[in-house]
Design a protein around this ligand. Sequence first.
Ligand SMILES: *Cc1c(COP(=O)(O)O)cnc(C)c1O
Length: 465
Amino acid sequence: MRAVLHDVAERAASFRESRAEAPARPLKSYAELQTAFEAPTPEHGAPIGELILELATLTEAGLANMVGPRFFGWVIGATEPAGMAADWLTSAWAQNVGNAHATPAASACEERVGAWLLDLLDLPRESSVGFVTGATLANFTCLAAARGEVLRRAGWDAEADGLFGAPPVHVVLGEEAHSTVFSGLRYLGLGAKRVVSVPVNEQGLMKPGAFAKAVEKLDGPIIAIAQAGHINSGGFDPFEEIAAAAHEKGAWLHVDGAFGLWARACPDRAHLSRGLQLADSWGVDGHKWLQTPHDSAYAVVRNAEAHRRAMLIAASYLPAGVERHPADFVPELSRRGRAFATWAMIKSLGREGIATMVARHCAQARRMAERLGKEPGIEIMNDVVLNQVAVRLGANLDGAEADALTDRTIARIQNDGVCFVGGANWRGRQIIRVSVISANTTDDDIDRSAEAILSAWRAELHANA
Ligand SMILES: *Cc1c(COP(=O)(O)O)cnc(C)c1O
């Protein structure tokens, strides 16, 4: 085992060292990888050293350079070494962390890291924190707590009696809520379509007057969902007004803050989230801005009892007690100790390092927007307040032509491999979305990437002429 782990460590280190100049896109296609992986079910065991080497060889050509400094696709952190090392140890320790008696170190670490997170993100210190896989599950967990609590206040025990016959729960959210919020609503029996959609402004943010008007009309239990960090604009819903209107009607206010919540850890950007602390629950990722390994996110609920009631696993073989059992705050029972990697990343960066990184990414997003926005025919569609840049190509062309040109430009950028950007459809137009969120991105990477994007655009424009 020792020799295998040494080899793996060597290989991992070489892999990581090669990332700065590796192409940003996978070298092989999905179809090529399907062929590469094609093999009959193994009948006999194989030596670990050999099979690990085979796995690495098969896989590495099909990896996106998500840890590279010029990867701006989706919103993906870089998995920094401190978190990765802690994650390796987490696998070696092999703890099933559901219960405080079984694995006191994991429980104590979660408690401490939870307190650190509330401090860094400046959320109500009495909140409970569940360690989940991603913001999808963080939102789900928080909304489960919300569902139980708003129904309990209406005299209904949803945890015991389910939803059949319960007073209907109204769900109010912005027209551009993240798609995974709707998944959470589906899992919870609240329905993805049975929602009140509040109109948004050109940055994708809820109009406070429209929100207040929508909530005012509703009777009975209400869950409102706002957003910190719009996926295209990076903008923040107006929480002060939203919270006031929501609480006036006794609604539970949840905030999807997958990446944007980290603005609160940065004095330079914290003002964007004014009033966010007035909400009742928050979902936030570790594997985006905090650079932890996948998968890691946090479900934060002000009312810890509502959180625990929604997630409690009542099994006779699990010792109860006054301790905080990690499984009582997440959907899963058996799982890995996710708090260890988060502990390591917070130690590695510190409050100061997190603030500096967030501020730097936001400045780099502005730098990117300036470089691109100067080019004729390119328009920056968002106010670049955070780390997201929404780029529209062919502003002077017909819509369908501009969209097709945008898609071809994205393909060319990806194929060139200097940087990686993705596309999105926003306000009826195809856009390039640039998300600056990798710990390793330098200003020089921004300049090189801006050049690569511009030369791909010029080449496509030329080919189109
Ligand atoms: C990424 C993201 C999610 C989903 O988070 P996962 O970690 O992928 O589960 C939800 N909401 C927003 C705003 C996001 O950016």
